[in-house]
Design a protein around this ligand. Sequence first.
Ligand code: PXL
Length: 277
Amino acid sequence: MKILTIQDISCVGQCSLTVALPILSACGIETCVLPSAVLSTHTGGFSGWTFRDLTDDMPAIAAHWAKENIFFDALYTGYLGSARQIDITLDIRKNRLTPDGILIVDPAMADNGKLYTGFDQAFADRMASLCGAADIILPNITEACFMTGAEYRESGYDEAYIIDLMKRLSALGCKHVVLTGVSYDETKLGAAVWHSAESRIEYYFHERLPVRSHGTGDVYASAFCGALLRGHSILESATIAADFTVDSIRKTMGDASHWYGVKFEEAIPGLVRALGD
Ligand code: PXL
């Protein structure tokens, strides 16, 4: 079982590849990488970061893999450095995935009602087309709204709002949606899983912690991919990933100097136990 993940290297900040690689490895999955960009830090709270766009390197890397007859069982995309990388990713999906290979897309581009620095609506529209080609997508509510044109609501919504979002997302073309950050009351937060073919919703709710943390989307998505490739169902994987993310946040709470990410490393033993043999 071999996964390829395409996302940036933020050298410092505990997100993207520095999170995906250790978590997927801990899950026992061979992980290959295609870095989309190299940044000195992530863009969420630091200032003056460096940004090396690797778009131009990506086609040659994929061409070399083709020469070497290298294929992947799964492709997991996160933060992409340019709109052109979406077309390159679609090419890689077409040419380098095994016949049963799956595409999992985390449209990592927005949170808390806002796009991350450097992204615009045109990028969100291209990301919507990548999500349309995916087997499973892992958006938060903000990303879902930017991709579908739905109104963003932070709280106070009901199940009809979430089901409308799910229908809009599956109209893009994806087979399953794992929507994160769903909450119908103040004490619980969780993920809603939508199966497009059956128009069926499932949930996993956990305790809501009183903090907002950076990088938790990447921690969640990486653990989700690891659990899924280890043979767990989508709902089980969504559950394992949520428990791991909550544990990582809990281990970071109270350490204000660690504002830029979560201490997921300390939660890895629990993740490995949750995966079972
Ligand atoms: O965690 C998502 C992410 C990934 N990569 C970079 C980011 C962010 C979020 O801000 O800035 C570079």
